[in-house]
Structures are given as structure tokens and as C-alpha cells.
Design a protein around this ligand. Sequence first.
Ligand code: PMP
Length: 432
Amino acid sequence: MKLKHTRSEAAFERAQQLIPGGVNSPARAFGGVGGCPVFISRGERQYLFDIDGNRYLDYVGSWGPHILGHRHPVVVAAIQQALATGTSFGAPTESESVLAELVIAAVPSIEKVRMVSSGTEATMSALRVARGFTGRDVIIKFAGCYHGHVDSLLVQAGSGALTLGTPSSPGVPVGCTRDTLVLEYNDVEGLAAAFKQRGNELAALILEPVVGNMGVVIPTPEFLQACRDLCTQYGTVLIFDEVMTGFRISYGGAQAHFGVTPDMTTLGKIVGGGLPVGAYGGRADIMNTVSPVGPVYQAGTLSGNPLAMACGIATLETLKKTNPYAELERKTANLCEGLSQICRVKGIPHTVPHVGSMFTLFFNSEPVTNYQVSARNDTARFARYFHGLLERGIYLPCSQFEANFVGVEHTDENIEQTLASAEAVLGEITGI
Ligand code: PMP
């Protein structure tokens, strides 16, 4: 039985006339897998419903924010309550301090925090602060890490940029990337050599402490420690981009999970619970360079928006109270183990790394340690796998180079159902 997508097809036709590619963010366009994106009418707990009335088990969770599932009652009530008082004032509200307090208590590196409206704004601002604080210009990023569409970071970037084959974008002036050094993830020697050569010019080293944006890539303990030690040695600001991993891998993010504390941290996604929020924070001496205390300018008309704050507060308080992380890890490990076993039986080259509730099934038997290995995946096989699961009512990220997310609403039954569907789809692909 084939699902009907007639309405989505019509909606996509219309959207393409009006919006570049029919989407407001490229990763949604099914560019890596082909076909028509499904248009969503609503979300409920672990499910998405499209405008043709099909239901999908959702492993995207709006690309990360919905760890609690769609329309969690506590979150909905908090937004409704905030809405009754107004949508935006352009003046301080107490809710901003409530969310700041929650973030500071949770994330080891953050002593002071500033709210913004997206992950991109968070990384862009953190870099500016690091540069202002150190008086230096050069930064290091790693190939395949995505930190939003900031000019100076859109060099060999992951996620949609990697999927669509434009990891470095036209329109970014050479001058903006001249001060960006791009190194290979997990390469301690390369990192040490770069610091030896340019260490005294380095304002910041920014990384995803678990990469989600070339598929899930796990750092070696030596690598994270080398990032920390070299930054300390050379007075470089270590920035963990925890837009994806924050409140996801553990309540305190990757830094709490691995016990490595950066100087600054960027957040997004879960911190806003599904409304547009980003945040950057860190050591108080660094954050005190931000305007109006210090000279580094950064601002936003809708920053600290009351609806977004209410949504973020309700999300974090629920996570703090329910502490779902061990359970999320258990469910995700079961799913990954099951997928691995299915692939083994069918002789499919694969690896299924996961940390907490983030995972990727790579169609590649090498351990994926960096961008070069990640890029050697069988993306054609992934496209067939993706569409096979979509037809069975399972919604995965539409690219091999993305993280999949398990949420608190995914049941053991959902995991079993996903494995049965994956087995059927991979069986069709291999004939085994
Ligand atoms: N950093 C990381 C690690 C991300 O995963 C993302 C988005 N996927 C961003 C930054 C950019 O966030 P936004 O899309 O909210 O601008």
C-alpha cells in the first residue's frame, strides 16, 4: 500500500513558485534523497501528521528541539499563559532571568548567558566575543561541523551544506574566511601542529563536541582533552557548539557527559523547546565584554522573547524534573543494536554510532571519525532506505549526514516497529 502524497505535491508546487526551493531552510527539501517533502499539518507527541492525513513516527523532532515530543502539555500551558500577557515588549522581563538561571545551573561552563533567536546568532556572537576578548582574529573549525550559516563558519560545513554539495558557499567574501583555519575532526596531531604554528593568533577554537551535522561522529577522549589543553596553553577561547547536544546528550550537554569544560558554549534547539531561541554564554570575565557592560556589540529586537522564554523554561524544568536521559540512552541503544543486527544478517556495510539519544545509521563499515570518512557513504542506499521507511510511516532526517533523535515519547513498541520496518526495507533493497 502506497501512501498518498497528492496534497503535499500540490503544496510543494505552489511553495516552489514563491520560496526558493519551496522551503525556508534547505535541509527540509529532500535534496539528499529526492522526491517531494511531506508538508506537515500538526504534531502530537512522537508523531507528525501530513496534510494528506498520513501519520509518521518522528525521528527528526524539528531537527532536535522536541526531546519531549510535540505539544507536551506543560509546554503548551506555559506558552498559553505567556501569550495571555502579550507577545513581545522590547523591555526586560523576569522570565529571561528564570531561563538564564536554569541554563547557568545546568551547563558547567556558563556563568553568564545572553539569549538570541537562533543557533546561528549564538555562534556568530560567541565568535565576536571571543575575538573581542582576546584581541585576535583567527579561528579554528573542523571540516564537517556545522555552526549555522555564519559567513566565517560556512567553510567545509556539514548538514544541509554537505548534503547539497555546497559545503562552502558562494556569497561569502574571501576576507570573511581568510581567518578561518579548517582542520580534520579527531586529528590531535593536526590540531597540535596548527597551534604550534598559529597559536598566538588564535582567538577561538569552535567545535561540535559530538558532531551531529555529518551524521553522528563521536570525539575521542584524547581529542576533546587536546582541544581543552591547547586552548588553555595558548589563551584561545574554547567554544563548544552545543546547539544540538545541549540538554540532549545529558541535561548539562556534552561537556557534562565528557567532563571537559570549554570557556564558552552556544545553545539552541532544546533551550527554546521548539520556539526560536539560541543562547551563548561562558566564563563571566569573557561574557562581561558584551555590550552594554563591555564594548563587544550584540543585540536583538526579539531576543529573550517572552513566549520563547516560557517555552524554554517549561522544557528545561520538565527535563530537570523527569531526568529522562538514562531511559533515552537505553531506548536508543536498543534501536541502534537492532539496526546493526539487521544490517549484519543482510551483509550490509554499516556503522551505527550513538551518544545518548542521537544516532546515525551510516551505510559504511568504517568507523566514521571525520568528514572524509563520512563523505564516503552510500548515499544512494540511504535514499532508498529513507523513502522505504517514509512509506511505512517513519520520518527520518532526509539526509545521511544528519543525526536522528529519539525522544521521551518514543515507546519500546515504537522502537520494535521501527526495527521491523527497517528490516523489511533493507530486505527489499538487498533481496535478503
Ligand atoms: N550549531 C549546530 C551544532 C547546529 O546543529 C545548528 C543547526 N542545526 C546550528 C548551529 C545553527 O542553528 P540555527 O539553525 O538555529 O541557526
